[in-house]
Design a binder for this molecule. Structure first.
Ligand code: VIB
Length: 223
């Protein structure tokens, strides 16, 4: 069967491979990542997730049926209460309060990524919103599943929980649902619209790469 998601996966392959080989991720899976870089990532990711959760709210609003509406509501709930709870627990280990996490000033890359997502979701049809939010869910699913199998990765005192969360069955199932939704939404669309969806997917994939890179560089505003 010819799935639109197969086309997206192929066209983003080069970008995703660069993410997988980025030192932030190679060092995280080997357990050598400097915690300072991880803390920076957690703080930026926390404010990223606040906007990302809003994408799910927009998804719920634009859904055409109750099942889809409910699934986005479930994703919104899980982002706020499961994924962000992991960040809160990590922050507590480093003496960073919930308030401090929430007050993180977004870096240039975080601003670029979150505003790109929210602009896409609010201006376009549901299919474009899903194309833009998919690299986040799908690439983390791939990373989590792969790192669960890296010998010793789950023994690391700091990175173990992170890997367990993204390697979990629940996260896998949510990502699969989003992939399937995009395939259904793309059915029968003309090539011009498919190309537009592909572009959203590729820009978000590049921004995912930039997010790892930003954290590794501890990016700051230049002025
Ligand atoms: C930059 C960045 N990209 C992707 C994720 C992963 N992620 C964000 S929301 C979601 C699904 C529901 O919570 C998943 C898997 C992240 N945390 N940060």
């Amino acid at each position: 069967m010819n799935r639109f998601s197969d086309r997206l996966y192929r066209s983003a392959q080069e970008i995703w491979t660069k993410s997988h080989n980025h030192p932030f991720l190679t060092e995280l899976r080997e357990g050598t990542l400097d915690p300072e870089r991880f803390i920076y990532y957690l703080k930026q990711d926390y404010v990223y997730l606040i906007d990302y959760a809003k994408m799910f709210a927009i998804g719920s609003m634009k859904a055409r049926d109750l099942d889809t509406m409910g699934k986005f509501a479930e994703l919104l709930h899980s982002t706020l209460n499961v994924e962000m709870e992991l960040h809160r627990q990590y922050a507590a280990r480093f003496g960073i309060s919930r308030e401090e996490l929430e007050q993180t000033r977004p870096s240039p890359t975080t601003v670029a990524y979150t505003k790109y997502l929210l602009d896409t979701a609010s201006q376009g049809p549901l299919s474009e919103a899903v194309a833009a939010l998919l690299p986040c869910m799908w690439s983390y699913r791939e990373i989590g599943a792969a790192y669960m199998r890296v010998p010793g990765a789950l023994e690391h005192p700091l990175y173990r929980e992170w890997i367990l969360m993204y390697g979990s069955e629940e996260f896998g199932a949510l990502a699969d649902w989003c992939v399937g939704l995009l395939d259904r939404l793309a059915e029968g669309l003309p090539e011009q619209e498919l190309a537009q969806l592909e572009e959203r997917f590729l820009v978000a994939s590049r921004l995912e790469y930039m997010f790892w890179d930003m954290a590794y560089r501890l990016e700051e505003w230049p002025v």
